[in-house]
Design a protein. Structure first.
Length: 318
């Protein structure tokens, strides 16, 4: 087991380096010049070439690309992403509070999704082609059809019309006021979690139907094992492998993929920071954000590999 964990950890190193290289190349292929944008080049007019060259030197844009990459990679290793080309503020300070917000929404949405998806998916598989199955499938298809930002707008309107109440629109960190924080973030978590659960519900149903048709399930029933024991010990455990994969991928996506939903609830998370970095051509900030999301995907996949080993003894004892 420990050899498996160490092997997965070592595989993360070349994956992160490869992700860093791809990110750096793509950022340098993007058209536009942050130096021109800072001195007002997008508005037209004559540009002072001396000032432009001086600014490019200050930003380090005049160095060879390989030197820029190695310098940036060494900073990533030391968790020092430098300063924003647009604001001049340390990038970690720019990201820290917004990352905490997006991470909390992602965790809460994942909890909502799992609490909905697994029971509904299992129930739909056990009651295949019954009215319960059709009801669950309609529920999940509706979740796929409704964007989370639209559902968020509907939630806000319903609270205003029915309860005459609007959730707090100014973000309060959890460590400052937990109750105020939950009052604000529970609604985007419900909106995002519902759509998230629709994907996981369909996967849970499909995986359970496939497992329930296996020979070892029929053998367990023939031996007279209780239905609850068959489901918990044999069926559900094996059906969870593809479900965990979907949940992990969706969770990593939520860290930076909720731009519109965050704006509906007035949340300035990582998604909005992405948009601002692209608009300002802030390469250093954008590289740090993409690297953060890539690192989250890699780390979540590593956790899923460990979970697979815990669930599947074939991996654990290989």
């Amino acid at each position: 087991m420990w050899q498996y964990v160490v092997k997965r950890l070592l595989l993360m190193i070349p994956t992160l380096i490869g992700a860093a290289l791809v990110i750096f190349i793509l950022m340098n292929l993007v058209p536009g010049d942050v130096a021109l944008l800072i001195i007002g080049g997008d508005q037209g007019g004559n540009i002072n070439t001396h000032e432009l060259a001086k600014l490019r030197q200050q930003l380090g844009l005049n160095r060879p690309l390989y030197v820029q990459f190695l310098s940036w990679l060494w900073g990533v290793v030391r968790l020092d992403f430098g300063t924003s080309m647009w604001t001049g503020a340390p990038i970690l300070e720019e990201i820290k509070l917004r990352f905490a917000l997006s991470l909390q929404v992602a965790i809460m949405a994942t909890i909502v999704a799992v609490l909905l998806a697994i029971p509904l998916g299992v129930l739909a598989a056990l009651k295949q082609d019954s009215w319960v199955d059709y009801a669950v499938r309609i529920f999940s298809i509706a979740g796929l059809a409704m964007p989370s930002f639209w559902l968020g707008i509907v939630l806000i309107l319903l609270m205003l019309v029915i309860f005459k109440w609007l959730p707090p629109m100014v973000y309060t960190p959890f460590w400052v006021n937990p109750w105020q924080n939950m009052l604000q973030l529970i609604w985007p978590a419900l909106a995002v979690g519902y759509r998230y659960s629709a994907v996981a519900t369909r996967m849970t149903r499909s995986a359970m139907l496939e497992v329930l048709r296996e020979d070892y399930i029929r053998t367990a029933r023939a031996k007279g094992l209780m239905q609850k024991l068959i489901l918990s010990r044999h069926a559900l455990k094996n059906a969870m492998l593809p479900v965990m994969t979907v949940v992990a991928i969706e969770f990593a996506f939520l860290i930076g993929g909720l731009v519109v939903t965050e704006q509906v609830f007035n949340l300035n998370g990582i998604g909005l920071l992405f948009v601002q970095a692209v608009a300002h051509r802030d390469y250093t900030l954008l590289q740090a954000l993409v690297m953060l999301v890539a690192g989250m995907f890699i780390f979540v996949n590593f956790l899923m590999d460990i979970a697979y080993a815990w669930i599947d003894p074939r991996i654990r004892y290989r």
